[in-house]
Unconditional design. Structure first.
Length: 294
């Protein structure tokens, strides 16, 4: 019963409330509250601070969340190995990936992985934003750029070269920029990260840095949508090379300003520290690393 209550506790944290966790688990609010109370009595500590609208973890609750996730993952691994043998793996893997990279590069890897391991199920969160991996119960994320959370562990996949590109039709109609300053007179397709819009593009050449304020009629928080608008001839955009590699090779997009380098954004796998990585998760990370690494 303790393991079941620990799993319910993690569900409460993930869903942000007792009622939501109860609906997910098929339990009444009273039953959820009673089982949370039993867990608090077992550990002799208050685990959650509850108001009418929200919950928050106490220090003891945060400690239990980290320990429970580790304990349940290890127990799941043991059960999988006993029931299915060491050559087969089972269970749920939760992961996150950027939208464009996820749809076009990661999903085919996941489909192949699912075909090879029929006892595995996946919960994929495609977002160009940053998620609280531990708080939302996500096993790992594929991300671009430097980490703001120093508690995460990192597994580098590739050097994140970025390019400025546009469609041949757009360049024919509006001209090809020869210097970063020319972008001020172009329609630029912009990415939004949360409330921040990437309006300042920075370049470097011959030891000099160029910062250009750009603008455009199209802004999105979805990297795949930015690429689709670029392919449709609506403007110039910055994309990670891995996202537009096929488009550049096929001539659907053209790289411009090649003599001016952009600051690279490394591609990496990040995952919570402080707990054992289940074998199924490690196998998938290994597969993604093999397929996406340089």
């Amino acid at each position: 019963m303790l393991f079941e209550n620990l799993a319910l506790f993690l569900l409460i944290v993930e869903k942000g409330g007792l009622s939501a966790a109860g609906r997910e688990a098929g339990l009444s609010p009273t039953s959820v509250s009673e089982r949370l109370g039993a867990l608090e009595r077992h550990y002799g500590a208050t685990l959650l601070t509850r108001t009418t609208r929200s919950i928050s973890l106490t220090d003891e609750g945060r400690m239990l969340m980290e320990g429970a996730r580790r304990l349940l993952a290890e127990a799941d691994d043991i059960e999988s190995n006993i029931k299915l043998g060491i050559e087969r793996i089972s269970g749920l893997i939760r992961l996150s990936a950027p939208v464009d990279l996820g749809r076009n590069r990661v999903v085919p890897i996941l489909d192949e992985f699912l075909q090879t391991h029929p006892e595995i199920s996946l919960d994929l969160n495609l977002t160009d934003g940053y998620l609280d991996l531990a708080g939302q119960g996500i096993d790992f994320a594929i991300r671009y750029g430097a980490l703001s959370d120093s508690t995460l562990r990192v597994r580098k996949l590739s050097e994140g070269r970025r390019v400025v590109c546009a469609s041949p039709a757009y360049l024919k109609a509006h001209g090809t920029p020869r210097h970063p300053s020319d972008l001020a007179h172009q329609q630029c397709i912009l990415m939004r990260f949360g409330s921040n819009i990437h309006r300042e593009w920075q370049f470097r050449a011959d030891g000099r840095t160029f910062k250009v304020q750009v603008s455009g009629r199209r802004i999105a928080n979805d990297g795949d949508q930015v690429r689709q608008w670029c392919l449709a001839g609506h403007g110039v955009c910055i994309k990670s090379y891995i996202d537009v590699f096929d488009d550049l090779n096929a001539g659907r997009l053209v790289e411009v300003l090649q003599t001016y380098s952009l600051q690279g954004v490394d591609l990496q796998i990040v995952y919570p520290s402080g707990h054992a990585v289940p074998r199924r998760v490690k196998l998938l990370m290994d597969e993604i690393s093999l397929k996406l690494a340089n």
